[in-house]
Design a protein around this ligand. Structure first.
Ligand code: MD3
Ligand code: FE
Length: 210
């Protein structure tokens, strides 16, 4: 054992279709953009089709935004909270998503939606599959900002044991191919503080909805 065995490889295949790019994102640059985005479309706790409030607060940027409502899930051009379009996707967001997708083996990824998830300690995201995107041949690119969280990967069904993957500030995961059909979630977030944003984790997921 040497001193460097704790360093994570910069690129790691977690399983077929799941590529982790450790510390890939310049999160200082991403964070500079976020206040202006959330001033246009604030994070809010959406209602599930079951009528419950989601724990995680969400917003979007880009031409389309993912929304959950009692009537179901959809991608919408207008923010239902404001009646206005979502804020534009910043150029550095777009470039990051494209570069990460390429490293994960997907050329020409042009996301039309970026979901912004905001976690505070104690919150979790229950296991689910993302299936509201028209063409599942495109990947989803996830970017972690702020305090750590444990990502849980299941299989094609919700049950069974999860594979736990700790995610830190700057980590990017590309989910494509067979990984588009696996259940995943975020474990209850542990208390921690980030020097820039405090006790918060922000996750960006870039999607091609249409
Ligand atoms: C695996 N978000 O927004 S990102 C989500 O950290 C979501 O906020 C979590 O799951 C978060 O839907 C995890 C990683 C992620 C996103 C989409 C996936 C993993 C995925 C789609 C298919 C498989
Ligand atoms: Fe998801």
């Amino acid at each position: 054992m040497d001193l460097f065995t704790n360093l994570r490889p910069e690129k790691q295949t977690i399983r077929d279709g799941v590529t982790l790019l450790a510390s890939f994102a310049d999160t200082d640059a991403l964070l500079k953009e976020i206040p202006a985005l959330l001033a246009v479309s604030p994070v809010r706790r959406m209602l599930t089709p079951g009528g419950r409030q989601m724990q995680v607060a969400m917003s979007n940027c880009g031409p389309l935004g993912w929304v959950s409502e009692p009537t179901g899930y959809r991608y919408a051009a207008l923010d239902p909270l404001t009646g206005n379009p979502w804020p534009a996707m910043p150029e550095n967001f777009r470039a990051l998503a494209r570069e990460a997708a390429e490293r994960g083996g997907f050329m020409g990824f042009e996301p039309d939606a970026c979901l912004i998830n905001e976690y505070t300690p104690g919150l979790k995201l229950s296991p689910h599959i993302d299936q509201d995107e028209a063409d599942k041949n495109w990947p989803i690119v996830s970017v972690s900002i702020g305090i750590p969280a444990v990502f849980q990967l299941y299989g094609l069904t919700r049950g069974g044991r999860a594979e736990n993957i700790p995610l830190y500030d700057g980590d990017v995961i590309v989910f494509g191919g067979p990984a588009r059909h696996i259940y995943h979630g975020i474990k209850k977030v542990e208390r921690a503080s980030d020097a820039r944003i405090g006790e918060k984790r922000i996750n960006l997921t870039f999607r091609k909805a249409l």
